[in-house]
Design a protein around this ligand. Structure first.
Ligand code: SAH
Length: 601
């Protein structure tokens, strides 16, 4: 329950808004604030005080006992501008509550807890289970202490600050520092033992002092079960297999079995209790997997000589525990399992940054940037978002023209098991990096695309509604596409009466293509057809011009520009470019053709 305490009319009004938004979560305390805070502190798990921070601190001070058990407290100022996480940021959930309150009230959340405020990932926010001295090691990271990163294998982690480094690399770097050489100058001085350590492992070890253990989802457990096998028996055989092999159940990524067992209650329930998905494969697919212990029983029952081993190995990996049977007392075994360590899969996020303005970068794009350990992109785009990256992100930037190389680099980094973000302006799939990257990528990495606002849409919004009916984008760059092909497409768009947005319309060395393309459209569209010329959409020196096919001066167009040509129905209405949604308003095509002929005389 969240206790709400207010003193003034404005505070009471804001408190009512929260109460209306969360009717089942809050309790409103009325009367003098001192006793209210005291009662709420004892009765609630969280408090929102519509009071100054100073007043709240004085009221709370005598009540505070221990950050593990005290309620989290958020303060909201009189004007409702800020929701301040005051105490219990993590344990009391005040940081999260501050965000929630801010959302409801349209306020700004204020969070001052160290890891959150400086954008360093708390170890518990990396998306992996973590054990051990999480607070102590997070603290060490935050204090800039060198923290050793000991990973049993590469796993796509988000960026960690530079002071978190692999043991060998760290030692080599230290040895290279001036002044750390031994007396004779030929031997490196012994490295002082690293204090804190982050371990990345699926082995079932107890975290040492000042050690946090991250559990990558690296294990796949193949299971087989006879009809009606009890869930406990399935869980027992899995538990025993993991324990005997010294593996942590928290690294289990999924259970796997044959299609015929997709509904087997013992298996379905075991997956649910372990909190992992169940994947199934056809018996043909499993029969084709090479396994060490095939047998006749499953072949007869479900049509594959192996279920547990084959399902565990279906996506490749290293067999750590060959098939073993359950050992129920007094009857025959009904469950089998096998454990595989899958190869680490890198992650390639192809992220569109939008046309330029920060508020046109989608929240999902921001999340992906913060999730990456390696960022690959054109230098000028990297500059656009550098401040959004987590400290420690490795940035591989290159200049114009190095597209192929960037694509190869991004894929190669992902193949090493890294979390990589490959960025592009607008949408990264539109005349941009997604195609060369995915042409290069094989199925051994995960690929995630994040759509961005492409230039045609950014320009469309500035011009009015030019894309209200069927439209097409055409790049006029003949660097990679023969001009004949471009010309054929422009002609087809002209004949099909499509609204056309020209990307890459004109550069210093490429100046005849745009007039030529416009002339082709003019054969089918009236001279007064609206044309929008948008330069640097959503950037500092944005310019928007509305002109016509006849009046457009190509010299005003450059590579920062898109040119949107209306169809025969597009009109200028109140200074805006509007393409009607239906053909009902469309002019008689004969009139249009006649106008076009006239214009050419
Ligand atoms: N992936 C990008 C397009 C890359 S091609 C996107 O989806 O927007 C480069 C061309 O895009 C430029 O020559 C220009 O024609 C257009 N362009 C990109 N950003 C633009 C912007 N902010 N304003 C106007 N045109 C832009």
């Amino acid at each position: 329950m969240i206790g709400l305490i207010s003193a003034t009319a404005a505070g009471a009004a804001a408190s009512e808004r929260l109460a209306a938004a969360w009717p089942d979560r809050v309790r409103v305390y009325e009367g003098p604030v001192g006793p209210s805070v005291q009662r709420a502190f004892g009765e609630c798990t969280q408090l929102v005080c519509f009071l100054a921070t100073g007043a709240t601190v004085r009221l709370l001070a005598p009540l505070l006992a221990d950050k593990a058990s005290d309620p989290g407290v958020v303060c909201v100022d009189e004007a409702g501008r800020f929701a301040v996480s005051l105490v219990g940021g993590h344990g009391g959930g005040a940081n999260a509550l501050a965000h929630e309150v801010a959302e409801v009230l349209g306020a700004q959340p204020v969070v001052t807890t160290a890891t959150d405020a400086v954008g360093i990932p708390g170890l518990d926010t990396l998306g992996l289970p973590v054990e051990g001295d999480v607070a102590g090691v997070s603290r060490a990271v935050l204090d800039g202490e060198r923290v050793e990163l000991a990973a049993d294998f590469a796993w796509p982690l988000p960026a960690l600050p530079p002071q978190v480094r692999g043991g060998d690399a760290a030692r080599a770097d230290d040895a290279a520092q001036p002044g750390t050489q031994g007396a004779g100058g030929s031997e490196a001085a012994p490295t002082p033992p690293a204090g804190a350590r982050i371990r990345v492992t699926d082995r079932a070890l107890e975290p040492a002092v000042r050690e946090a253990v991250l559990r990558p989802p690296s294990l796949v457990v193949g299971v087989g079960a006879s009809k009606g096998a009890p869930v406990d028996e399935v869980l027992d055989v899995i538990g025993a297999a993991l324990a005997d092999a010294g593996l942590s159940p928290r690294s289990v990524a999924r259970l796997a079995t044959v299609d015929a067992k997709a509904e087997e209650p013992g298996i379905v329930e075991a997956a649910a209790r372990l909190g992992v998905p169940l994947v199934t494969y056809s018996s043909e697919r499993l029969a084709a997997v090479d396994v060490p212990n095939p047998s006749d029983a499953p072949l007869a029952a479900v049509g594959t000589p192996s279920v547990a081993e084959a399902a565990a190995l279906a996506e490749g990996g290293e067999l750590l525990v060959p098939k073993r049977k359950s050992a129920p007392e007094g009857r025959a075994a009904m469950a089998t399992c096998a454990v595989v360590r899958r190869a680490p899969r890198g992650r390639l996020a192809v992220v569109g940054l939008g046309p330029g303005a920060r508020d046109l970068v989608t929240p999902r794009a921001k999340d992906e940037l913060r999730r990456a350990a390696v960022l690959v992109g054109l230098d000028q785009y990297v500059d656009q978002i550098r401040d959004l990256l987590r400290p420690g992100t490795v940035i591989l930037e290159s200049g114009l023209g190095a597209e192929e190389e960037r694509a190869r680099t991004a894929v190669a980094e992902a193949r090493k098991g890294q979390a990589v973000a490959l960025i592009g302006s607008g949408d990264a799939g539109v005349y941009a990096m997604a195609s060369p990257a995915l042409a290069e990528a094989s199925d051994d990495i995960d690929v995630v695309g994040v759509p961005g606002v492409t230039a045609a849409l950014a320009a469309g919004a500035l011009l009015g509604a030019p894309l209200g009916h069927d439209h097409v984008s055409i790049s006029l760059s003949d660097l990679h596409t023969p001009w004949e092909v471009i010309e054929r497409r422009v002609r087809a768009a002209a004949e099909a009466d499509l609204v056309v947005t020209f990307y890459n319309p004109r550069s210093r060395g490429r100046d005849w293509q745009l007039p030529k393309a416009l002339a082709m459209l003019a054969e089918h569209r009236a001279p007064r057809t609206p044309v929008g010329v948008v330069r640097n959409a959503s950037r500092a020196d944005e310019s928007v011009r509305l002109t016509t096919l006849a009046a457009l001066d190509p010299a005003t167009v450059d590579m920062m520009t898109v040119v949107t040509v209306g169809n025969t129905a597009t009109r200028e209405i109140a200074g805006r470019m509007v393409t009607p949604r239906g053909y009902r308003w469309q002019q008689d095509p004969d009139t249009v053709a006649a106008e076009a002929v006239e214009a050419q005389r």
